[in-house]
Design a protein around this ligand. Sequence first.
Ligand SMILES: [Mn+2]
Length: 260
Amino acid sequence: MKRDLKYGVVAAVNNEQVLADNLAASPLFGRGVPFAGMRCYTSAGLAYNAGLDATDADIVIFAHQDVYLPSHWLEQLQSGIRAIEEVDERWAVIGVYGVEPDGRHIGHCWSRGLGRTLGERFSSPRMIGSIDEIVIVLRRSSGLRFDERLPGFHLYGTDIVQAALASGHSAYVVHAPVIHNSNPVRTLAGAYSKAYRYMRRKWRDRLPIATTIVTLTPTGYPLWRHIIRKELSTLLGRRPKRVLRERGPGRPIAQEVGFE
Ligand SMILES: [Mn+2]
């Protein structure tokens, strides 16, 4: 019989209030799951590798500080892992929202930035080529680490999934819905574009790679189209006025949308 696997949570932290209202308020911490907050790092790769080294969990859950993990989340993750391991012992990465190789989105979460629930309940874990960074579950024994040269805090979910696939491992999304109490993304120009350029070069032999935002392609056209469309609609005053919910604690939202 397998020994019990140890779970731990790691987050990059730059806002203590957002952390306290969301991730740190998740019920799994009341049940002894350890937490490591990584502060003052300049990239997700640096923060997450430091978190990997600072902890000894077998299953490391890297989560955004603005994510609330509802009360049965850990059980949902564990049942997803069991389902995966019945058919596939090579898994290295699990997400809660991602993109299947054909570009279809799979996952279930509530997003404050988008003001709605994305996806719906699904039963079996799905193999994916990219995951959203909100939650990245890494199996330590895979030996995978985050890329410290990938600049900033974008596309590291896609990168770790592609690294898993390139090294003969597999990656999945499981049904374990979360609250992403996020601010809306304003533009992909700047930091996102920098990460996109790096990823395009690094994975040029595996392109195109569909992500939750824009597809990585050799020319980068989908990124420019996204940026230009957004700029234009702002200039023309055509941006839909979305009423943002006040950014309070994640738990009441989880109860409201039926995740808890
Ligand atoms: Mn976030």
